[in-house]
Design a binder for this molecule. Sequence first.
Ligand code: NAD
Length: 515
Amino acid sequence: MGTVATTKEPSLASSDLTGAATSDGGTLLVRAPRTGEVLGEVPDLDATQVAELVARARAAQPAWAGLAVDARAEVLDRYRRLLWRRRGEVLRYLQAESGKPYEDALRELGLLLDWAHHWSRVAGPLLADEPLRTRGLMAVGRRSVRTFEPHGVVGVIGPWSFPVMLSIGDALPALMAGNTVVCKPSEVTPLATAMAAELFVAAGGPADVLLVATGGGRTGEALIDHVDAVHFTGSVATGRAVAARAGQRLIPCALELGGKDPMIVLADADLERAARGAVNYGLANGGQICMAVERVYVEREVYERFVDLVVQQVRSLRVGPSGGPGTVDVTGMIHPPQVDIVDAHVRDAVERGARALTGGRRGPVAAGYEPTVLVDVDHSMRCMREETFGPVIPIMAVRDADEAVGRANDSEYGLTASVWTDDPARGKAVARQLEAGTVTVNDAMMHSALPELPMGGWKTSGLGGRGGAEAMRWACRQRIVQVLRTTGHPDLGWLPYRPRSSRTLERLFGLLYGR
Ligand code: NAD
């Protein structure tokens, strides 16, 4: 593939969306992960420049919020159609800066389009005033309604694993709620996000409603210091820092963090399909998915057969540089230093007695790691306890479902989990014992492709904020408006206190609650 975004690419280097117009600070070079080739440069915004960008978003917010929801939905629909028409460019940026296979980039774009379609349709009903039913003595004569108001400016900070979906995608419900948004993509992969934000304006989106602040952690910190709510996706360590900083300002903070997601294979499962599932959900996007299958527990009686099937599958995969449709299954790592973490986990496992039945080493592409199946693993190993975020599938034999559940829950993470069995009722029963925000029976991860479903981790995997009505609600401040009809209202219990009205009140409490 040729260079898709060079330093000469005017739309990125001088983009007004990224604040470059006001930038006199440093710049960030964006490199192709495998070759190190410089693909483009973006401003490395400092605190003052971030403040200026947020001020622009703040100035644009009242007019955006003042549009009817249908008008905002129309903008989003036009944006979605333009993203689709210009998909070739978006995919080229995405593939070039991440080195993903074409299909992984296409799926990411497809999810972004689906989310845009979803949020433009559901925003109206979700943002409508909601009458609230109240009961009891104090409810008499009162009507209560919940209204939804935008926070103002929302900051969306994203990781490098899904550059557009987890920046622009998470901006969509916030935009539909009437917020303006400043996205802070990962410094590793800012180009596709900047390009996608430009298309928002090209599609007729008002200026300064969706902006991009490029830069690293320092830029992210400055964003938290100025926005009215922050949506963060990334590692647990950074998530803690983000929450602490948001806590200083007491602004809402959604956290979508890491995972060590278990897959449980029961003896009655369709083993062939479960093995394909382990390979697909363990190695898609090179294993760089927060909800990737990171450890597999298999009932002992089918363990060997399952391992054979997985190994066969993994050996048939094509590993190489990113290319055109259908040319490669696994490429290199998006962020080259991640290879060191993957390698450290595999080495630690092997030193403690595990065996790599495939892979187990760097390559075959630069900044890559061979798809690796580990057996004879146990919970003393880093690959079973820490997030590997790479193409590694450790498989462990267990006595039965109870042991599998115990092992699965023996983790600081709780993002998602999966159970594979021919018996849906048993699958559901096991699912209910697992400490995870989402559990899938006979599949994994695909719930995240359904924006109707809320998604959020347990334990250190986060505090939610994506998907479902909850995502739209998170993007809003809520106001309860209560109206009282005054005619004939007794105003029981008001000052000054009198023996007669107190006795009436006491009798009423007794009648209502004393029986
Ligand atoms: P990261 O935590 O290193 O960085 C994420 C973002 O935070 C980047 O944009 C970075 O510049 C920014 N950042 C860094 N320090 C900051 C600070 N002090 N204040 C504000 N922002 C700061 O994560 P990463 O390496 O880019 O991504 C990989 C991680 O993301 C993995 O742990 C993965 O599990 C997680 N992830 C989670 C989900 C989810 O939905 N739960 C999805 C994808 C990735």
